[in-house]
Design a protein around this ligand. Structure first.
Ligand SMILES: Nc1ncnc2c1ncn2[C@@H]1O[C@H](COP(=O)(O)OP(=O)(O)O)[C@@H](O)[C@H]1O
Ligand SMILES: [Mg+2]
Length: 239
């Protein structure tokens, strides 16, 4: 089983150092949550893993391959799917067309295989199954997030990178989405890297937590230990 190993990762935006020597492991079949304040470097971390930003130094390995600075489409082909911040879907495309786009970079593409993958993701999100022909722009925020996740899952990834799926959504919808991810991880062995500003929500389902502060790892321990660490909670998480 593959694990993701990030070692000493540094990513800059011009003169701004966004990731300043990040190291951690996301174990296979587990949910690892990356938490931290706005600006801590969470999105940059996901974007560097998926090849959207270039690492200045350090390495990212996934199973037995090193993926540091590979092209984004090669990283998708290695079994990694990224759901970016902000429920990015194409509003003028239908729900189904948006999901189909996620199948473009599948390793083996035959149409019956793609159909099976689409029907699997629609089973996970019945609300979307009822709305396949509707335009993505007509969906609620929660449905758009489900769609963005479905589009990632249709590539049948082994590692799912999720950037703040709860942002701007009602607590009940967040709970549904997080529980669906949790179920998927437990039932299929999917490895999940879940970025959240909402630490409570994320730590409740995660196995492991990595706390980022100003581009560095401030804490790296089991989610249970992090939940129990009141000094850490009051210093970094504000509760
Ligand atoms: N495109 C960019 N250009 C310049 N600086 C950026 C860019 N994106 C992010 N940053 C900076 O990098 C740091 C980390 O940002 P980000 O990874 O988005 O944090 P988070 O997702 O934890 O809120 C911040 O200081 C942010 O201002
Ligand atoms: Mg972010």
């Amino acid at each position: 089983m593959k694990e993701l190993i990030v070692s000493d990762l540094v990513t800059d935006y011009g003169h701004v150092r966004a990731l300043d020597g990040i190291s951690f492991v996301a174990s296979s079949g587990e949910i690892t949550t990356v938490i931290g304040a706005n600006g801590a470097g969470k999105s940059t971390l996901l974007r560097t893993i998926s090849g959207l930003e270039k690492a200045k130094s350090g390495t990212i390995s996934w199973g037995d391959i090193e993926i540091t600075n590979l092209a984004p489409e090669e990283i998708v082909r290695s079994g990694i799917a990224h759901v970016p911040e902000g429920h990015a879907v194409i509003p003028t495309f239908s729900v189904l067309e948006n999901i189909e786009m996620g199948a473009l970079f599948r390793r083996r593409k035959n149409s019956s295989d793609v159909k099976a993958a689409i029907s699997e993701v629609l089973d996970l999100f019945p609300r979307l199954a009822e709305r396949v022909k509707q335009s993505a722009g007509s969906l609620s925020g929660g449905e758009r997030q489900m769609l963005a996740i479905s589009r990632a899952l249709v590539s049948r990834p082994k590692l799912l990178l999720l950037d703040e799926p709860s942002l701007g959504l009602a607590p009940l919808v967040v709970e549904q989405i997080i529980q669906t991810i949790n179920h998927l991880c437990r039932s299929t062995g999917l490895t999940v890297l879940l970025v959240e500003q909402n630490a409570n929500t994320a730590l409740a389902v995660a196995d492991h937590g990595v706390l980022l502060a100003l581009g560095k790892v401030a804490s790296d321990q089991s989610a249970a230990a992090m939940r129990a660490d009141s000094a850490l909670r009051s210093a970094y998480l504000g509760y």
